[in-house]
Each structure stands twice: as structure tokens, then as C-alpha cells.
Design a protein around this ligand. Sequence first.
Ligand code: SF4
Ligand SMILES: [Zn+2]
Length: 471
Amino acid sequence: MPQMFIDTHAHLTAREFDADRDDVIARAREAGVSLVINPGTTLADSRRAIELADKHAMVYAAVGIHPHEARTADKESLRAIEELSTHPKVVAIGEIGLDYHYDLSPREVQRDIFAAQLGIAVRRNLPVIIHTRESLTDTVSIVGTTISGSPGWRVFDGGANGRNSAARGVFHCFPGDVATAWQLVDMGFYISVAGIVTFKNPGSAAEVAAGLSTEHQLLETDSPYLAPAPHRGSRNEPARLPLIAGRIAELQGLTVEDITRAANYGAYRLFGIGNRPAPRFTYPLKNSLYINLTIRCNADCIFCDRKGEAVVKGHNLKIEREPSAEEVIAEIQDPTRYAEIVFCGYGEPTIRLDALKDVARWVKARGGHTRLNTDGHGNVINKRNIVPELVGLIDAVSISLNSTDPREYGRLMRLDGERFFPAMVEFSREAVKLLPRVVMTIVDLQHVDEMQARTFVEKEIGAIFLKRPFF
Ligand code: SF4
Ligand SMILES: [Zn+2]
């Protein structure tokens, strides 16, 4: 299937496009850009955005007053924005925010108008598209005040899914650092870096694009501004979006498909545009194929989204039934096309040990490479030492260590740590003895002692230590 891109920020209503707007939209479609969000900058522009969205199925609108224009806003225009926001193709309040670089409106006025428009978003339970330039501290503070006053704004599933419990908006053309980006993600925001990331001197944009998990990033061109390299300085248009996705993919070490799939899911969650992906038994990431044998698990980790949306980089893993080995094999087709066939998913694969072994045997017989991602409880689950059964079938095992303290381990995984920690350690020692490659991982959470975990893994178990990001 050809890749479909969503441009979450393009000012198609800008006068730069007056001469050839329909051609620009046609070129976007030819380049694979299937949907575009056109944010408004003034009341009049918000009306134009809606007109354009009415004319083109692929265009959606956001309505709002840009900080540059804040001085033109009054009670009347804010009321009109709120009314426009009920139009069926309006998916957000935006573009709103603060700009202390140009200071085209007095800062106090900018702050008032920003807060007032956040109030509209809260009342209408819509997301926001935020512009901030040399004003990040004030912007984050005003948004924080809004959230404290309205904690239920755009919260899903009663807030049960931790980091993924709210989808409140996007910071577009994000000018801050990685730490601030993560802080905003925790507040329910997405981040997009736009074409700046392709520039020779991308500033913090490249660090953010590389350091923030792709599930929290959206794609945008900010047309007609910020044309990506090699078009820098010319008029930008949505057809250039693949260049930006390509650069983010390089920085993330992922494929353009991975970046785009994840961003499209973000756009779906945030704006309700595009489609919810169908559940998958197998799913490609980077150059490997992942196998989703089950969503069942004997653990219930506090950071796991298994019971929530269970979407990984735009792949929906929330299967309603478990696949047979034959079904999985039919989807793999040729295992040598992939670097690895990885038994993973939001569930513990050793719960399906027979299917796992059948698929792995088939993969190995055809010259493929296999990896098992596990919590290391396979021996308890299957009531026997299963490691000898994996010899010749599994090339690499990746075991979640989570913590070196049994009680902390139990707390993180919500199970009996005194029982399962030693079981995991025992499994790991067996694996080191019999299998070619054993990796033990911890999630990048501040309260886990990394040095201690590394020493434990390398010295006491003899496995390879790896820290993976908590996405
Ligand atoms: S072991 Fe893995 S699948 Fe199971 S709850 Fe923990 S993170 Fe989720
Ligand atoms: Zn804009």
C-alpha cells in the first residue's frame, strides 16, 4: 500500500496560494499527502479555512487567532471563533499561542487571547494547535493553568493509560529542547518540528526529532513557510512533507513508513482524522518483522499500555483472538526479507509456547533469524524449564529486567516480586548457558538505578545490558 501522509499544519488559505491553490492541493495528493489541516490565523482566515475544507474532502480546518493578530481580537471575534468551531470539519482551535520574537501584539494581550482561546478548546473539548516563539516558559505555564483548572479536558479512558491518557494538542514548529518536549508529552501534547529539521543548522529541532519517541511526533510542513531542504527559501507546500518525514526517519533510525504510520495514528487520536488501524498478528518495524502471538500477560506493568490502546508506532496490537502458527507463517512469507523475526507484542509470547516454537522452527528452517522478547517468566508459566526447548529455534532473547530489587520489580510489574524476580533471574542464567545472545533491558525511568542494573546483568548474569526508552 502506498504511504499516506497527513500534513497537520499548512496555511493553504495564505495569499501565497491565491494563484494556484487547487494545483497545490492536487500536487499534495500526488505526493501521497492524503489529509491536510489548515489552521486559521484570524477570524476571517478561519472562515476561509472552513470554506476550503468544505470544498476539498482532504482538507480540514482549525479556527483561531494567531498571537501576531491578538491585538485585533475582542469578545465578539472570540465568540465567533467559538461558533465556527462547531462546524463538522473543524478539528481544533488554532493557531493560537505566544510570539515574543516579533511582538506584533503586546505580550499581555497575547497572553489574554491565548488563555481565552484555550478556554474555548476546553468548553468544546477540542484539541489546540499551539505556536510559541521565544515564549515557551509563559506558554507552558498558561497551558498548565488551563489543565489544572480543567483536568478532564481531552482525557480518555478516565486517565488510566498514564502517558497516553490525554490528547490535548500539538506544539507546532517546536522550538524547545528534548526535556521540555517530554514534559509537554506528559501533559498530553504532541510535538512537531516541521522542515527546520532538514536545515543545515536545525538547532534543537534535530535533537527533538531524534530524542522524542516517534509516537509523540506529528508531521507538518507549515506551508507556505519553512520549505525543507533542498527547497529552503522558496514557497513551501504540502507535497514536500515526505522530505521532512524522511529526515525524521533518518534521525530515529526508523523507516519513513514507521514515522508516518506513528504520526498518522497521532493525528487520528488528536484530531479524529484518518483511520484507526486494524489489529495485526505481524507488524514490520525498521527492517524486522514482529509477531504478535498474544495480548495476554502474567504481569501487569504500571508502564504498559496493553490494557489501554496497545498501539505501537501506529500498529494496533489489540488483537481480538490469537493467531495460529499457520496464520503467522502465511503472513511472514519469506523470513530472509527481514533482519529478525521478533516474538513480541503487548503480551508474553511464552504463554503461547507451542505456536512460538512452530513458527520459530519454520523461520529457522528457511534461513531466518529469530528473537524472543520476554518477561522471563516462561518457566513459571509453562511449569518446566523451557530454555532447552528453544535451542536451535531462538537466536536471541531479550528479557525485561525492570529492576534489580525484587520488591521494586514486583511493584513495577504488579506481581509477587519475591517469587517472580528469582524466576526471571533463573531463566536468564539458563538462557545465557544455552542460547547465542541474551540481552537484558531496563526501561528508561529515573528511579531505576542504571549502574547497578548494568553491573548485575554483565557481572552476575553474563548477559548484554540495554536501556530502552520509555515511550
Ligand atoms: S511484561 Fe510486557 S506485556 Fe506484560 S505487562 Fe509488562 S510490559 Fe506489558
Ligand atoms: Zn502556522
